[in-house]
Design a protein around this ligand. Structure first.
Ligand code: ADP
Ligand code: MG
Length: 623
């Protein structure tokens, strides 16, 4: 028998990768604009023809490339932006995968011209479908120009898949808005078929917003400024009376990167509560700055998704900052900050001195208190999200635990209670073997659940673990087509764009199998009369928005399964967030439900849900 495995030739591999990076002309626009920004350009021009189908060109006055770099820039995984895997956690640049230019060159005709400031002459390279057609020395201004012509010339199916010029131009304009809003200190110009659509000078953020969205915008804007230890917010929200039926003016930037986050979007809606007419959405243009170490940018190039270490706190700070601004500008009628718990307001962060990294101990934790009395710092929102795994059956995996075998019957619990009473007098940090054995889990940084194993310890990522649990349970419900739903007291009306309504109606049947009941799905409104048991009404819009954004971003391919996507998306929306504290019972439920799953070790998006640390590993660290 001969061997049958062959390595794909580079140009084929590039074409496959290109399918992921480049979905439409707007993706090329995004990649090229981001490269120009990464190159330190102060002036960037975007020139397109026929909605990008014939030409997408970006000209910048950035640092340019050497002859060798110019050639290398088209190689896959060629990047000047990261050198090792560690750098991934400290990203300050937009690009980092070194895939964009190689991918684009695989499916288009590309002409590159580039020159560094100190060089006399520059380099010109022409590539067609990954093949270099020419390379020469040329006279060209400092900076880089990349012209991408005849996109998908060699993949007719993809070319036919493109929408009308109007639609493609709208996608390009959206990308342009996002990049231009994130960088008001860079001048941008944008031309389509020879006419100028935008000409934006270097300006401040307010001017940039007004230049893009029109002069009338100026009077609508309410500034939002907040600085806490974990998060800096700056930007604007629109006054409530200017809210819109669409979400076209909603922008979050995290460290100057545009992101979509239905969860944080909900924080803003919550701040506007009571101020908006039904079906209207607030405008916002908000820049969030966080330590790059505390976020995880989805490695997928086309996704505008991001994971925060502590979403729960960000939510609270954001809501409170927006509420505060609306109040200051006399927009919100009554604001009672005293009523909020200290956790909810950022002002407690303001006066706090810098804190050294510590292991957080939940002081209110009492393993022997009954469940209800132990939830002092959990919001009703989080409690309800959790109910969904409480009912999950405990798995038969207890053998993993040290000392757990003796637990789980009423009599035993009384014994422990008795011994606890005795211990109170002598309680010290280090003593108390009894407490140690009865408390089998604890929470670290409100993010990880730590538990003991016979052979060491187990560290579970609470968010990923819960996603896995919910994902499997949703999948089951959808496939066996039986779900219990809870009826809403009043029908819930949500408004969406016609396109978004289309997406939802495409998934209507599957959604009904999870427990949703729709009484009406039309043009721009969806009316819901029932939701899956355990899903609070306030989360419904987050779930549907997340779902729409997931469907819109999913790369269409053969493996696309609406059911799977729905289950993943709902699991993501409803899973316990990082930053959410869990009491001991909840922690144990989470651990047990995780190991009752079919595939406990990975999240629905294929990330590890837990790691183990053996006693050997620990011993080694003490050597
Ligand atoms: P990435 O941006 O992920 O590094 P790209 O394929 O987009 O990957 O670009 C590859 C490399 O080419 C970049 O790392 C950069 O060094 C160089 N490059 C691309 N565009 C420009 C530009 N406009 N100006 C200067 N260098 C550029
Ligand atoms: Mg790039």
């Amino acid at each position: 028998m001969t061997d049958i495995i062959q390595l794909l030739p580079d140009h084929v591999a590039n074409q496959i990768a290109a399918g992921e990076v480049v979905q439409r002309p707007a993706s090329v626009v995004k990649e090229l604009l981001e490269n120009a920004i990464d190159a330190g350009a102060e002036d960037i021009k975007l020139i397109i023809k026929d909605a990008g189908k014939t030409l997408v060109q970006v000209i910048d006055n950035g640092k340019g490339m050497s002859v060798t770099d110019a050639r290398l820039s088209f190689e896959r995984h060629a990047t000047s932006k990261i050198k090792s895997a560690e750098d991934l956690f400290q990203l300050n640049t937009k690009g980092f995968r070194g895939e964009a230019l190689a991918s684009i060159a695989a499916i288009a005709h590309v002409e590159l011209k580039t020159k560094r400031p100190d060089d006399e002459l520059g380099t010109a390279i022409e590539i067609e479908g990954s093949t270099v057609k020419s390379q020469e020395v040329t006279v060209t201004p400092t900076g880089t120009s990349v012209a991408v012509k005849n996109l998908f010339f060699n993949i007719p199916a993809r070319r036919n898949f493109l929408k009308s010029d109007t639609v493609e131009l709208r996608h390009i304009t959206d990308e342009f808005h996002r990049v231009a809003l994130a960088h008001p200190n860079i001048a941008f110009a944008f031309y389509h078929n020879g006419s100028e659509l935008f000409n934006l000078p270097n300006e401040n953020y307010r001017q940039r917003v007004v230049h893009i969205f029109g002069n009338k915008t100026n009077e609508k804007l309410v500034p939002v400024e907040e600085k806490t230890e974990v998060l800096k917010i700056s930007g604007f929200v629109g006054k409530p009376e200017y809210s819109k039926k669409t979400r076209s003016e909603q922008f979050f930037f995290v460290n100057q990167r545009f992101i979509k986050s239905p969860y944080l979007n909900h924080a803003i809606s919550a701040a506007f509560e009571g101020l908006l007419k039904d079906g209207y959405h607030p405008s916002y243009f908000l820049n969030l700055t966080v330590d790059p170490k505390t976020i995880d940018i989805n490695i997928h190039p086309t996704k505008t998704e991001i994971k925060f270490d502590d979403e729960h706190t960000l939510y609270a700070i954001l809501r409170s900052a927006v509420k505060h601004s609306l109040g200051q500008f006399n927009i919100a009628p009554v604001l009672d900050f005293e009523q909020q718990s200290s956790f909810d307001t950022p002002y407690s962060y303001k006066d706090k001195a810098g804190k050294a990294p510590t292991i957080e101990v939940d002081r209110s934790f009492n393993p022997f208190a009954d469940e209800g009395s132990n939830s002092g710092n959990t919001s009703s929102k989080s409690t309800s999200a959790r109910t969904s795994f409480k009912s999950a059956p405990a798995a038969n995996w207890e053998s993993l635990y040290v000392g757990l075998e003796s637990k789980g019957n009423g009599r035993q619990e009384h014994d422990i209670e008795a011994s606890f009473e005795n211990n109170i007098k002598t309680e010290t940090i280090f003593s108390d073997a009894s407490v140690e054995t009865s408390k089998t889990t604890f929470q670290l940084q409100q993010k990880y659940i730590v538990s003991t194993l016979k052979s060491g310890m187990l560290i579970i990522d609470q968010n990923r673990a819960h996603q896995r649990i919910l994902y499997e349970s949703f999948l089951k419900h959808i496939t066996i087509k039986e779900a219990t739903s809870q009826q809403l007291l009043f029908p819930l009306q949500l408004s969406f764009t016609p396109n978004e309504v289309n997406i939802i109606s495409g998934l209507k049947e599957d959604l009904e199998h999870t427990g949703f009941v729709f009484s009406d799905v039309k043009e721009e409104t969806i009316t819901i009369t029932g939701v899956p048991v355990g899903v609070p009404e306030s989360e419904v819009s987050i779930i549907l928005e997340q779902l729409i954004s997931d469907v819109e971003h999913d790369v269409p391919d053969a493996n696309f399964s609406a059911t799977d996507l729905l289950a993943k998306s709902m699991a993501k929306s409803l899973a316990i967030k990082n930053g959410q504290s869990l009491n001991n019972t909840e922690q144990e439920h989470l651990v047990n439900s995780l190991f009752a799953c079919k595939e406990p070790n990975i999240s629905p998006t294929n990330r590890p849900t837990f790691i183990t640390l053996s006693t050997d590993d620990i011993e080694k660290k003490f050597m």
